[in-house]
Ligand binder design. Sequence first.
Ligand SMILES: C[S@@+](CC[C@H](N)C(=O)[O-])C[C@H]1O[C@@H](n2cnc3c(N)ncnc32)[C@H](O)[C@@H]1O
Ligand code: SF4
Length: 383
Amino acid sequence: MITNAYIHIPFCASKCVYCDFYVELAKYGRQAAYVEALNHEIKTRYQQNTNPLTELPPLESLYIGGGTPSLLEASVYQQVFETIEQYQPFSPDAERTLEINPNRLASTMADYRAVGFDRVSIGIQSFNPLELKKLSRQHTAEEAIVTVKQAKEAGFKNISIDLMYGIPTQTMASWEATLVQAIALPIEHISLYGLQLEAGTPLETLVHKAKAHYPLPTDEACLTMYQMAVDRLTQAGFYQYEVSNFARKGHQSQHNLAYWKSKAFWGFGAGATGFVSGIRYENSTNLDGYIANPLEMQAETVVSALEQLENAFIFGLRLTEGIDVETLKRQTSPELWEKVVSVIEKAVGKGQLHHLPSTGFLAITPEWFPKMNSVLADFVNLS
Ligand SMILES: C[S@@+](CC[C@H](N)C(=O)[O-])C[C@H]1O[C@@H](n2cnc3c(N)ncnc32)[C@H](O)[C@@H]1O
Ligand code: SF4
């Protein structure tokens, strides 16, 4: 039952100093060849995985992420949608998200909407000019605001933005100003990211070699920034449905929910991962290799029943609604379930987990939510 799909578009106009994602510089071209390979991969995967006698259920979500997918024109995505629809229809209310960078739109918002996108996710990070500079972002705060307004004017009713805390030079006051600006925008969803200083990125070098110009907020300050965001966004009517994701009523990301609920999903495009029939696959991050043969250089791993159980907890507990443990227990063999019972009991005893009175689902207690990694660590490598 695969009802979700992710497509990776690796092209960016420039590489941000903090970014560790698989990215190719757009100036070297290859976009047309990439799109051709992508359509080929989609067809081949469907043909290999679909039993012609059984119809696939409609797709509930499609997320086009990157990279900077808005560097490609709307007509490219129209073609991709048509390729998918040859094998799997979209559900009438399917969520179709396009990731967008301010200042980097190959088509108008109206054109993206016209081909079938109903949701945009805009990478804004900060509304503070100095912080945008430290992150080497290629847009101003004003341009980010204009991009949101353009999406609204084009009729998008589901607009998400990404914001980041823990940025060099960021202060409590500048973070608060970013949150206030975000809340004033006509948006329905916010994803928060704590800056990760990834090994080997230019920012890592800058932070170590030019400390005075790249002062990082302390871990304690980052925790306070996180808590400030939770408080401010909740007061402003955004519901925290996941540790770092906030939505107005009815606007939770269906696509991300599928990940957190460990559902199967197609992954298409160079560097994309997918999870189909208990197998996790990872496509090549070599652009030429991918273009030459999109399915040749993939890595495949069979995800064992134990690992699937671990994932159900590690991802599911990120949600404020928690995990439907009774259903999960019914789907798991008694021998495997044995392995998790004592971990649950221990965490409940320590006040880290509780059963929600309304549903009986198992969830992290509010006081442990900001420190959830230490709770989740106990569900890694169950034995
Ligand atoms: C892969 S990016 C794609 C979105 C878009 N290209 C952009 O940058 O605006 C998705 C999000 O990941 C987050 N991100 C990327 N690198 C990160 C890092 N090193 N630490 C924390 N968040 C990061 C950013 O907030 C970004 O908006
Ligand atoms: S625009 Fe996004 S994906 Fe591209 S380099 Fe910057 S953070 Fe990474």
